[in-house]
Design a protein around this ligand. Structure first.
Ligand SMILES: [Zn+2]
Length: 446
């Protein structure tokens, strides 16, 4: 019953992704995938050539479009779009017709690199939703939209307003979904989360790697049993071997690692044999070395992504700032999608409170990301110097109004305690760490 009503609502809102999912399902082997890429890359490049001023000169220079025909052999000559270029050319990267494309704003948080704002649209959203559907249904082997599930991830609305709101509650009920707020991870909450999992008995748990890890650690220390779901899928942060082992032991089931980004959404997901399959019907992915040549199997390189479906602001050969090791051509699970063996680069540091509980770095990225979105600041970094001292370093854009500053401080104190001292540093530039990584959050409390 719930299922039919939900499908009906999706259909009414024009949000059904059946059409996109069926297109993905028609790809049955490597050859079909090549044809799919050819068709979608050509379409995207033509659209971009006629509508996106940033690429017009570039395409003319390399001659990728001639007489309205695309020569894909020149695709690799398109210069890499870095985060710096994206920031600098935001306006020129917008498609002339984006206003007609049911667009919305998004900004990059998490991972590495310069944070920035960009535009995405309905078509983009449908394809990444269909890609996720494919991942769960055809690789993880679970009917994600219908089974009972728990999401362990950030809900600012719940943290600051004390509730997720009636609309979300109804929507979650229809989706058989419970949300446990990973922005609230103190001892009492962790205990109640375990109780909720044990009573609700979810088939699937999805969560940030660090939040799943904290929950697993807590259950071990307190010697508490947790209900064993059929599947667990981790996202957002790097799932290190240590974290994976702890989570798998606590829940008694395998964790599937998934990989995505704010800029290009669903990118890849792990199968039961441990390889990470690339959803190349959503993003065309390349792994290249220092000299921009494709890497061979087993070699690590920079991950470059072309999203095939966001026409309102096309990202062509976009460098995410993550590194990946190219996997073998064929996986024993039988799925034909190409694989990555390992991904590195996604991390933020957690903050620790006096009572030993943690606050995940994502919380701060969300919070300060809003200022970025509103154009007040250009860049930020948040450092925990002591249990109750936090330094916010920002590069200003148009300047930060006092009320916004107060609001942020208020919200940090809700999370970190009312006596938390907050220091603002306004600087001209923020350096990357020695390894070349950009950290949004860093904790000096160990
Ligand atoms: Zn596989």
């Amino acid at each position: 019953m719930k299922k039919s009503i939900r499908n009906f609502i999706l259909w009414l809102k024009g949000d059904s992704v059946n059409k996109e999912y069926q297109k993905i399902k028609q790809i049955k082997n490597e050859n079909d995938l090549l044809n799919f890429h050819e068709q979608y890359l050509k379409k995207l490049i033509l659209h971009t050539y006629y509508n996106v001023s940033y690429y017009q000169d570039i395409f003319n220079k390399i001659g990728i479009v001639e007489n309205e025909k695309v020569n894909l052999e020149k695709f690799h000559e398109i210069p890499i779009l870095t985060k710096e270029l994206l920031m600098k050319h935001q306006k020129e990267l917008l498609s002339k017709d984006y206003m007609n494309r049911r667009w919305y704003r998004n900004y990059s948080g998490g991972s590495t690199g310069e944070p920035t704002m960009f535009i995405q649209d309905k078509n983009y959203k449908k394809w990444y939703t269909a890609s996720e559907k494919y991942y769960y249904q055809d690789i993880v082997d679970i009917d994600e939209s219908n089974v009972k599930k728990i999401y362990l991830w950030g809900s600012p609305q719940d943290l600051f307003k004390g509730s997720i709101g009636l609309k979300n509650k109804i929507s979650n009920w229809f989706k058989n979904t419970l949300i446990l707020n990973s922005f609230k991870m103190d001892q009492n909450n962790l205990l109640s989360y375990i109780k909720t999992i044990n009573t609700y008995k979810p088939d699937l748990i999805r969560g940030y790697a660090d939040s799943l890890y904290e929950l697993a650690k807590f259950s071990e220390i307190k010697n508490l049993n947790i209900y064993k779901p059929k599947k667990i899928v981790s996202s957002a942060e790097t799932l290190t071997t240590e974290k994976r082992e702890k989570i798998e032991t606590a829940f008694g089931t395998k964790v599937y690692d998934s990989y995505g980004s704010r800029e290009t959404a669903s990118i890849a997901g792990e199968c039961k044999y441990g390889l990470i399959h690339i959803f190349s019907f959503n993003n065309f992915l390349e792994i290249i070395d220092r000299n921009n040549n494709p890497v061979i199997e087993g070699q690590e390189g920079r991950i470059i992504v072309t999203n095939l479906h966001n026409y309102s602001m096309p990202f062509i050969r976009y460098e995410l700032g993550d590194l990946g090791v190219l996997g073998p051509k064929k996986c024993i699970c039988g799925n034909f999608l190409p694989c990555i063996k390992r991904i590195s680069g996604r991390f933020e540091e957690q903050f620790i409170k006096k009572d030993g509980s943690i606050v995940i770095g994502y919380f701060f990225v969300h919070l300060i990301g809003v200022l970025l979105n509103k154009g007040y600041i250009k860049k930020f970094q948040i450092i925990q110097e002591d249990f109750d001292r936090i330094r916010i370093i920002t590069v200003l854009d148009k300047g930060l109004p006092e009320f916004e500053k107060n609001e942020i401080e208020k919200k940090i104190r809700v999370q970190m305690g009312s006596d938390c001292k907050i220091i603002w540093d306004f600087v001209d530039t923020i350096q990357n760490t020695l390894s070349g990584k950009y950290l949004y959050t860093q904790s000096l409390v160990k």
